[in-house]
Design a protein around this ligand. Structure first.
Ligand code: 4AD
Ligand code: MG
Length: 464
């Protein structure tokens, strides 16, 4: 039988000593003397590298010289029990092939311990580091667990459009999508740009959320979710904002706000638990290198109920706190991160779900509470992250919904299709959006959102 490559993860987990194995990967380090060389080889299938033992006299000099940090090699050899501490097996090399060299003079990851800022400047190479290997594997595990969670519960995965003609969310500035020549824009008689001559025959943008389309499907399939990229052209250069981020948006017919909160809490605990059960090697590394409390914090989320209270109650707590906030708290204001941090980290010491926000600071589609100026919104606030989920029960009453859209000057021609679902077989329904990168921040202990997505898009940054 052909001697096929085995992933290092599988070699370390299940291959018996004495077996002939072929491993392929990238050299992390090479050390040794004129008789013996030790190569740490990593193929990204696990945080652990496998040690390759090389009897120097058995190999040609020019092959061994090419094996430097960053080079890509294939090794055929025998798996033997390891004498070294911290590893169970190693490969005694018989044949080595060099696929690609990495000149030690110019390879940027020659040494360990580069700053995360430096690594952002070499986003094309940073997956080769232990840190980004760990983050990307955890990210994958979370994406997989999200699909599995919903699939197991009968939710239908809905692919909502990325290019959209509506900005009903009001979530901020949008990126334009156009094939018009900016040097020579077609104009209407009154001088405005004539988008009827554009590709779609109308003005189009990149979506900020798949929710509105998600609602259409929920009012037919009962329970759906979207999981896709969303785009916001806000100029916010913070450690929590991206211009392109991924969002998970379940939308459920017949759910009220309490059902929505129950699902959100169960969902997020399930994901954290999945990481604790399936990604421990990577979490241990991240815990050691970046965040000494990571695993303990994750366990405490899974083991405790989230606090649930209204926005109005939260404002009372903040006012009574006696804390001198930079932004004073008043009923009606949007809560700032200092307020969220106080509630989550100082007052409740656990995640908090705030509900029933003033309608003036929330989107037009949220269900209006009778006789008050609040809507059935819910935000889930997390330690270190702030808002990780935003959602609501939706206004299912056609009249109230259209009236609110008019008040907010949302043109009916942009959302007539959305409003029609309230005309034909409307139903109570709810949903929420989980910021995928904010979840990844939480489960990796990283502190900057640019370090949990392979190629971050932020103001003035789209090189890789
Ligand atoms: O609160 P948001 O704006 O809610 C919506 O878009 C709704 N349509 C969701 C729904 O009900 N279906 O965004 C949802 C979440 C936030 O809680 C946050 O975690 C994340 O998306 N988020 C961002 N993540 C990274 N960068 C940004 N610029 C983000 N803006 C929001
Ligand atoms: Mg929000």
């Amino acid at each position: 039988m052909k001697n096929r490559r085995i992933k290092i993860r599988d070699i370390l987990k299940s291959t018996k000593p004495g077996t002939t194995v072929k491993a392929k990967g990238w050299v992390r380090t090479k050390r040794g003397n004129k008789n013996l060389n030790f190569i740490a080889l990593n193929d990204g299938s696990t945080i652990h590298s496998i040690q390759i033992v090389v009897d120097v006299p058995e190999f040609e000099d020019n092959i061994l010289q090419q094996i430097t940090t960053g080079a890509c090699i294939s090794v055929n050899g025998t798996l033997v029990e390891s004498m070294g501490k911290g590893q169970t097996v190693e490969i005694q090399a018989k044949e080595i092939k060099v696929y690609g060299t990495a000149d030690p003079e110019t390879y940027p990851l020659q040494k360990k311990g580069h700053s995360l800022e430096f690594l952002r400047e070499i986003a094309h190479l940073r997956p080769r580091t232990n840190t980004f290997g760990a983050v990307l594997r955890v990210r994958h595990a979370m994406a997989f667990a999200i699909h599995k969670y919903f699939n197991d519960r009968g939710f239908c995965c809905l692919h909502t459009p990325i290019i959209t003609g509506s900005d009903a969310e009001g979530a901020g500035n949008m990126f334009r999508v156009s094939t018009l020549d900016p040097e020579c824009l077609p104009r209407t008689e009154n001088g405005a740009v004539d988008y009827s001559r554009d590709f779609f025959g109308r003005e189009t943008k990149l979506t900020v959320s798949g929710q509105l389309e998600g609602e259409l499907a929920a009012l037919a399939l009962s329970e759906i979710y979207t999981f896709g990229p969303t785009f916001r052209a806000e100029n916010s250069n913070t450690a929590r904002h991206l211009a392109e981020f991924w969002m998970v948006e379940p939308e459920m017919a017949f759910y009220d706000l309490t059902d929505n909160m129950d699902l959100a809490e169960d969902f997020i605990k399930h994901l954290i638990n999945h990481a604790l059960t399936n990604c421990m090697d990577d979490l241990e590394f991240l815990n050691k290198m970046y965040d000494r409390d990571l695993v303990a914090r994750m366990n405490s989320i899974v083991d405790n109920n989230f606090a649930r209270l209204t926005y109005t109650e939260a404002v009372e707590i903040l006012k009574k706190s006696g804390k001198d906030f930079e932004f004073p708290v008043n009923w009606g204001c949007d809560l700032q991160s200092e307020h969220e941090t106080f509630l989550v980290e100082t007052h409740f010491k656990k995640p908090v779900i705030l509900t029933d926000y003033p309608r003036d600071i929330k989107a037009f589609y949220m269900k209006q509470n009778e006789g008050s100026k609040t809507v059935r919104a819910m935000d889930v606030l997390f330690p270190r992250i702030g808002e990780i989920i935003g959602g609501s029960q939706r206004e299912e009453n056609h009249e109230k919904l259209s009236a609110r859209a008019r008040e907010l000057k949302i043109p009916e021609k942009d959302i007539w299709w959305y409003l029609e679902t309230r005309k034909f077989g409307t139903a109570p329904h709810s949903g929420f959006g989980l910021g995928f990168e904010r979840l990844i921040l939480f489960v990796t202990g990283m502190s900057n959102i640019r370090d949990v997505i392979p190629f971050p898009r932020t103001p003035k940054n789209a090189e890789f």
